[in-house]
Design a protein around this ligand. Structure first.
Ligand code: IPM
Ligand code: MN
Length: 355
């Protein structure tokens, strides 16, 4: 397996190192080989050279089976530059049309939802990742004047929603939840009567090919209520790009915060290159102190393995993570884990033999 590694900025390289440590150990136990290539993209490089993704970068990344990203973000780089120039650019250029965000409360991890347990909080959000308001369609009229008009257009294509919906149905089938296979489309059909009507009609059509999956629907505002009140209701959620961005951060909070949440930007097509990352960001104030939580980063590696042809290794890493959160860590907050960053990595490696 060929993995491109973008350690990135701040604590990105520290948590990436722990994820690679776990990859190395699990590859030996599961009997596969891998090689990594480092890429220095991120805020640090941008400040030095002025480029974000140099010529040929995307082609070089495409030569790999998957990309692992630690974190990008630098206090001296204005907001939006790296988000647009790196993260969104890669999603578009590599056509990573699925954004996958498991919302899973690991054992021993504190959730702000009173009385909810790991059994209650265990669902997955499948977010369309290339269209909607993220497509960058819009403009200004009379910019900077009192009469200024700004537009930002949400676009949805039949192809874009169909490929996402189909993938979500197949994912729900494979996940095979013993409580029943349920896919909930989350949208706003009562107000977005054009764009989300396209989603709704496509959903009903595609659903016919997956009769074993319950094709369910929630408006996005109601979904926010249920995620807090009855998270156990959900199995898989499929949603549009913008709504998906918002509800997945709500999801990250109920699963214990940014120290544990991981995600994938997936191009599931033959030869597609997908990218996996912890959601926490570069956390500049913790950089270099060996206190940041690597659990999200290690979980992102588990997802990479799961989605890149090593599901058994991915499952093993996930079980090891759950063993460590459940029995070895005091908290998921940076500096309060009861262990350093590298020690948590070592604990996961040790647990690989026990699970
Ligand atoms: C995410 C992030 C990105 C998004 C930002 C950093 C562009 O919030 O992956 O959810 O909005 O999609
Ligand atoms: Mn987000």
């Amino acid at each position: 397996m060929k993995i491109a590694v973008i350690g990135g900025d701040g604590t990105g390289p520290e948590v990436t190192q722990e994820a690679i440590k776990v990859l190395d150990a699990v590859s030996k136990l599961e009997g596969f080989t891998y090689e990594t290539t480092d890429f220095d993209f991120g805020g640090e490089r941008y400040l030095k050279t002025g480029d974000i993704l140099p010529d040929g970068a995307v082609d070089a990344l495409k030569q790999h089976d998957a990309i692992y990203l630690g974190a990008v973000g630098h206090p001296d780089v204005p907001p939006g530059v790296l988000e647009k120039g790196l993260l969104l650019e890669l999603r578009f250029q590599l056509d990573q049309y699925i954004n996958l965000r498991p919302v899973k409360l690991y054992p021993g991890v504190e959730t702000p939802l009173a009385g909810k347990t790991p059994e209650d909080i265990d669902f997955v959000v499948v977010r369309e990742n290339t269209e909607d308001m993220y497509a960058g369609i819009g403009g200004f009229l009379k910019k900077g004047t009192a009469d200024e008009v700004a537009s930002q257009t949400a676009i949805y294509t039949r192809k874009g929603c169909e490929r996402c919906l189909r993938w979500a149905f197949e994912f729900t089938q494979k996940r095979n939840n013993p409580k029943g296979k349920r896919l909930t489309l989350v949208a706003k059909t009562n107000v977005l009567t054009f764009g989300h009507d396209l989603w709704w009609r496509t959903y009903q059509e595609v659903a016919k090919d997956y009769p074993d999956v319950e094709a369910d629907y929630n408006h996005v505002d109601a979904c926010c209520m249920w995620m807090v009140k009855n998270p156990e209701y959900y199995d898989v959620i499929v949603t549009t790009n913008m709504f998906g961005d918002i509800i997945t951060d709500l999801g990250a909070m109920i699963q214990g915060g940014m120290g544990v949440a991981a995600g994938g930007n997936i191009n599931p097509d033959e030869g597609g290159t997908s990218m996996f990352e912890p959601m926490g960001g570069s956390a500049p104030k913790y950089t270099g102190q060996n206190v940041i939580n690597p659990i999200a980063a290690i979980s992102a590696m588990a997802m990479l393995l799961e989605q890149s042809g090593q599901p058994s290794a991915g499952g093993r890493v996930l079980r090891a993570v759950e063993h460590v959160t459940g029995t070895k860590m005091k908290s998921q907050a940076a500096g309060r884990m009861g262990h350093s960053t590298t020690e948590v990595g070592d604990l996961v490696v040790a647990a690989l033999n026990e699970v």
